[in-house]
Ligand binder design. Sequence first.
Ligand code: ATP
Length: 217
Amino acid sequence: MIRTRDLRHAYPAGPALAFADVDVPQGGVLLVQGPSGAGKSTWLALVAGLLRAQTGQVEVAGQDLTALPGAQRDAWRGRHLGFLPQKLHLSEALTVERNLALAYYAAGLAEDRSAIAAALQALGVADLASRRPGQLSGGQAQRVALARAVLLKPQVLLADEPTASLDDAAAESALGLLRACAARCGATLVVATHDARVRAALHDAQVHRLDAAPLPA
Ligand SMILES: Nc1ncnc2c1ncn2[C@@H]1O[C@H](COP(=O)(O)OP(=O)(O)OP(=O)(O)O)[C@@H](O)[C@H]1O
């Protein structure tokens, strides 16, 4: 579940953004829409606890993120939230398999190699485990990043523009995988996008529409 109240964020020397309240039940699907610059990535970062809300309240999977200090917020995120960023942030210094192992370090948990193998298998990329991210196609790299995001069976799965650089067939596949992964975990799925293909594919999702114009700072 996700519950936000009176959420605002002002960047230093940037715009002040105000967000409408959102309630998504556990296992629901939320589409975050709005033109470029409307604040989609900022809203995702607030819900992921990557940014601390300056005003208002964010509750995710029963946890009030505004009440948690930074270190505890990071540990909570590692354990309960899967994030598929637009830039995938896979480490070129590590193999695909070791990139997934990072999820355990971030969560402060002991590594489970069989779970890593199973996650890669479920996303159809088990044969790429010993490659470096630079040796993957864009679609393969995204599957690896998704495997990492769902490895610890998160309660919330966030995806930022997951179809931005994909052709129609790959976009359809990526959205199908996101939904399937979220359903397997019983996770709430949030997809931020301005891609009309996503709006069509997730036509049954709840919509959080952001306005084009930020508040004056
Ligand atoms: N670190 C920052 N410092 C100052 N302003 C910022 C910062 N990050 C974002 N902004 C501004 O905040 C607003 C919202 O940005 P955000 O990236 O959340 O929008 P978005 O809807 O995700 O855009 P896009 O679709 O282009 O990714 C924009 O006006 C942007 O210029």
